[in-house]
Design a protein around this ligand. Structure first.
Ligand SMILES: C[S@@+](CC[C@H](N)C(=O)[O-])C[C@H]1O[C@@H](n2cnc3c(N)ncnc32)[C@H](O)[C@@H]1O
Length: 273
């Protein structure tokens, strides 16, 4: 199982929220209002790989209509953490139902029949090309709206620069494309692959949702560095000294309050015809 610690998801949540593209959220909200949901017939949302519910907390208040969310994740610890958190305030008639579900199984059966909107955040770079094609086909066949946010797209820029940055990025991306719980992952190729699957078959839109971290964002930068150094070492065992030197130099910049980092993500929205 690919493990994501609740602490890591909590640390990134405010940055994710800030990075989400507002224009796509506004379009999604307009679509949601047009479905005319009511407390007796709320908009049903299925959030795939929902973790502790970051997407629910970011998106439900934006939609502002009566909603029932089904949050699906295979990790029981994340489901337990998320289901104990409060619902976001200010949404009329909001219900959240948590499910421990392995999405590599019967995907069609995992998404409740009455669903109108499928969401996924920070998930699609983990999935395989086959799985993404299955999901896109299912969304289109059932005429569901699809909001996929914060998918890593391979752009990373550290400042100050280090001669090892390009090498580190190359190795990191190789690790991102390694085997995850869904099989060989798309990693940074995921947004382009999803665009190919959806564009031209409904109303498709995409926008960047980059993290733009400044010198004060030390905790997230340090956590990103720790995660990446581990991933890079996994992808290219045998050059531990180069990686450790890069990691240590970058951490010194972070601790000294002079490090900046941009991580490229994409938000993508597909609305049925
Ligand atoms: C990067 S986290 C994102 C979590 C959440 N969407 C967020 O934005 O905070 C990826 C999530 O996918 C879940 N996941 C990974 N493989 C899965 C699978 N096969 N079935 C269901 N969930 C899975 C993980 O447990 C984790 O919660």
């Amino acid at each position: 199982m690919t493990g994501f610690a609740p602490d890591w998801l909590a640390l990134r949540e405010p940055y994710d929220r800030k990075a989400r593209d507002e224009t796509l959220l506004d379009r999604l909200a307009a679509w949601a209002r047009a479905q005319d949901p009511s407390p007796l017939a709320p908009l049903v949302v299925a959030d795939l790989g929902g973790g502790t519910g970051s997407t629910l907390r970011a998106v439900a208040p934006t939609l502002g209509v009566p909603q029932t969310w089904h949050i699906l994740d295979h990790d029981p610890a994340l489901v337990a953490t998320g289901s104990a958190l409060s619902l976001p305030p200010g949404v009329p008639s909001l219900e959240a139902r948590w499910h421990q579900a392995d999405l590599t199984g019967d995907l069609a059966a995992s998404i409740p029949e009455v669903t109108a909107l499928v969401t996924a955040s920070a998930l699609l770079d983990l999935v395989s090309a086959d799985w993404l094609a299955r999901l896109a086909a299912l969304v289109q066949a059932r005429g569901l709206a699809f909001y996929a946010a914060l998918t890593y797209d391979g752009r990373q820029r550290w400042n100050p620069i280090d001669p090892f940055d390009a090498d580190a990025l190359d190795r990191f991306d190789r690790h991102q494309k390694g085997k995850k719980s869904f099989g060989p992952a798309l990693g940074p190729d995921a947004p382009a692959r999803l665009r190919l699957l959806l564009e031209g078959r409904g109303a498709y839109a995409e926008a960047p949702s980059d993290w733009r971290l400044g010198p004060d964002d030390r905790a997230l930068q340090a956590a990103v560095l720790d995660g990446w150094a581990g991933a890079i070492e996994d992808a290219a065992p045998g050059d531990a000294r180069g990686i450790q030197g890069w990691h240590a130099a970058r951490l010194r910049h972070v601790e000294a309050g002079r490090s900046r980092l941009v991580v490229g993500h994409k938000d993508q929205l597909w609305l049925p015809g």
